[in-house]
Design a protein around this ligand. Structure first.
Ligand SMILES: [Zn+2]
Length: 283
């Protein structure tokens, strides 16, 4: 499979000259399977340019059959959904998966953000495409577009966020944004989900200094991301979900410091990348 980043920012979009290189859109990652099927991870504002790209090809005009895996329903993971153009084309279909007590509850959360008080686009019910909604529970495994998917719930402040492991032909891609571990680091169930992944996209919201000032928000520093990568012996760690106030230079510095930390801790073999909008990586 191959992954492309359309939004790498956490919490709030951050457009502007100081964030041009990494990009200001919130979380959205495109996964293309070997057969070309599409799986989307999160629907932050990055899903809007992805939707425009899909509409420029034949795929967007009645041929799209995609899955959208949501980690949780904070704004930066769902806000782009009403602006994902392919949902307005008849013949397209989208299966949405996300953590919730029931599919109806997940639907009401997505419907809630389309309430006329908050959105010019009303209701999931009058879209041109076919939408299916599935609640996902911790420990569940399921198949999407021929890929095996397994999940675990990471602590995330006062709530939880789902991490997804996608496997194809013995290779694994793990997507784990919005993880705020205790001082003990990632719990065993998270390490198990990340174990040996070819690519681990991990929350990297803060420097350790900034994280210490905002512990209750439930995010990781680059040091937490490095710790997760070391414990799970992943091949490639990708930093993701940067704080909205960080400039490109600050992300560059985090990348440098994270590299030094991995090297110091015996992780020289772990490849390290800072995700940027438009970056495509093989898994
Ligand atoms: Zn987030």
């Amino acid at each position: 499979m191959e992954i492309t980043f359309w939004g790498v920012r956490g919490s709030f979009p951050a457009p502007g000259p100081e964030t041009n290189r990494y990009g200001g859109n919130t979380s959205c990652v495109e996964v293309r399977t070997r057969k070309g099927s599409l799986i989307l991870l999160d629907a932050g504002t990055g899903i809007s340019p992805l939707g425009r790209a899909i509409m420029q090809s034949d795929e967007g005009h009645g041929h799209l059959d995609a899955a959208l895996l949501l980690t949780h329903a904070h704004w930066d993971h769902i806000q782009g959904f009403p602006f994902f153009a392919p949902i307005y084309s008849a013949g397209n279909s989208l299966a949405i998966y996300g953590p919730s007590r029931s599919s109806g509850r997940l639907e009401s959360v997505l419907e809630g953000q389309m309430n006329p008080h908050f959105s010019p686009i009303h209701s999931l019910k009058n879209l041109g495409s076919q939408i299916e909604i599935h609640a996902v529970h911790e420990g569940q495994t399921f198949e999407v577009a021929g890929l095996q998917v397994s999940v675990c719930l990471n602590p995330h402040g006062t709530t939880k966020a789902m991490a997804y492991r996608l496997e194809e032909g013995g290779r694994a891609f793990v997507y784990a944004p919005d993880a705020g571990y205790s001082s003990a680091g990632p719990p065993p169930k998270s390490v198990e989900l990340y174990q040996g992944a070819q690519v681990l996209v991990h929350d990297c919201t803060y420097t350790p200094e900034d994280r210490a000032l905002r512990l209750e928000r439930g995010f990781s520093s680059y040091a937490d991301a490095a710790e997760a990568a070391l414990r799970a012996q992943v091949k490639h760690l990708v930093m993701f979900h940067y704080d909205q106030d960080y400039t490109d230079e600050q992300v560059d510095q985090m990348l440098e410091r994270c590299r030094a930390l991995l090297d110091e801790r015996g992780g020289k073999k772990i490849k390290l990348t800072a995700a940027a909008e438009g970056t495509t990586l093989p898994v």
